[in-house]
Design a protein around this ligand. Structure first.
Ligand code: HEC
Ligand code: HEC
Length: 255
């Protein structure tokens, strides 16, 4: 009898313990889903000015990033110059200016993915090929012509290339190669079509040596960032955008 009473007391204690755990789990889940809902009700760019929700999103976003994005962008968001994957912690955005809404659009639809809303307005032509560009006609460049253009890029990089080559390179950049059309007359790039700046020291692909620049111009680039719209929930997409946003230097305020 004594033993039985002891046992039933123990069971009551265990049952109370389980109930407490379940209650706090339910509590946490309802907090979690209502916070997720609140996060989604806001315009993405107003999330950063809502500190509690932003902190929640950034914390959620870190594990989403590690699971879905780190394989290419790296857990430290430093990218890979071997694979042409950009760093996400600098001010040098291929697309847009690092606003949360812009990052979210890329996480949703990707870059050059199969979705019709993806970013896909231009590629880097392969000037070493007979037909450099699939989207419209561009003339191929000879090895000597590419070498002259690389000298011009080297000048913009602050190096001291052969100035006769630079002079020919400027003409090729502005006319036959049509480089200015995407990268801008001043090599400043175009963050609407994802054409990188060529006059800074931030390289998407390679280390900025003559060899890697030459290779990019000869072989072209059409890097793909996958879309995640069908893989992860809208709340997780917003969270991962907040996480990436939080790692970049202060972005411009929302319009
Ligand atoms: C399979 C590799 C891969 C994965 C996985 C991947 N990305 Fe990307 N991402 C890329 C590449 C490559 C680019 C550069 C595309 C280009 O050069 O136009 C890129 C570009 C981006 C950019 C644009 C950066 C800029 O400078 O404008 C953002 C933002 C981004 N990715 C976010 C993400 C997020 C968030 C995830 C996960 C949800 C993710 N990526 C997963 C390969 C990947
Ligand atoms: C039709 C638009 C277009 C034209 C014309 C064009 N580019 Fe590009 N270029 C791009 C795009 C877009 C990228 C990035 C592609 C990617 O990330 O997949 C790029 C990337 C590059 C890169 C790599 C930069 C880095 O950070 O690694 C170099 C170098 C470059 N272009 C040089 C040139 C030169 C030189 C010319 C002219 C001979 C030229 N481009 C013409 C669109 C263009």
């Amino acid at each position: 009898m004594q033993m039985l009473r002891g046992k039933s007391r123990r069971w009551k204690l265990i049952a109370a313990g389980i109930a407490a755990v379940l209650l706090s789990l339910v509590g946490y889940l309802s907090y979690w889903s209502s916070t997720n809902a609140a996060m989604l009700r806001l315009l993405p760019d107003s999330l950063p000015s809502n500190p509690a929700l932003y902190r929640f999103a950034v914390a959620e976003g870190q594990s989403v990033f590690n699971q879905n994005c780190a394989s290419c962008h790296g857990r430290d968001l430093q990218g890979s110059q071997t694979n042409g994957v950009p760093k996400l912690t600098d001010r040098d955005w291929l697309y847009g200016e690092g606003r949360l809404s812009e990052i979210e659009q890329i996480a949703l639809y990707g870059i050059r993915s199969a979705n019709h809303r993806t970013k896909n307005l231009a590629d880097m032509p392969a000037f070493g090929r007979q037909k450099p560009y699939a989207r419209y006609d561009l003339a191929p460049l000879t090895t000597a012509e590419i070498s002259d253009i690389v000298s011009y890029i080297e000048l913009a990089q602050g190096r001291s290339p052969d100035m006769a080559a630079v002079k020919r390179g400027i003409d090729l950049f502005d006319r036959k190669g049509q480089c200015f059309d995407c990268h801008g007359n001043d090599m400043g790039g175009d963050n609407y079509i994802g054409a990188p700046m060529l006059s800074d020291k931030i390289w998407l692909y390679g280390d900025g040596s003559r060899e890697t620049i030459t290779r990019t111009i000869e072989q072209g680039l059409m890097s793909v960032c996958p879309m995640f719209k069908d893989k992860i929930s809208p709340a997780k997409i917003r969270a991962v955008a907040a996480y990436v946003h939080s790692k970049a230097p202060v972005s411009p305020p929302a319009d």
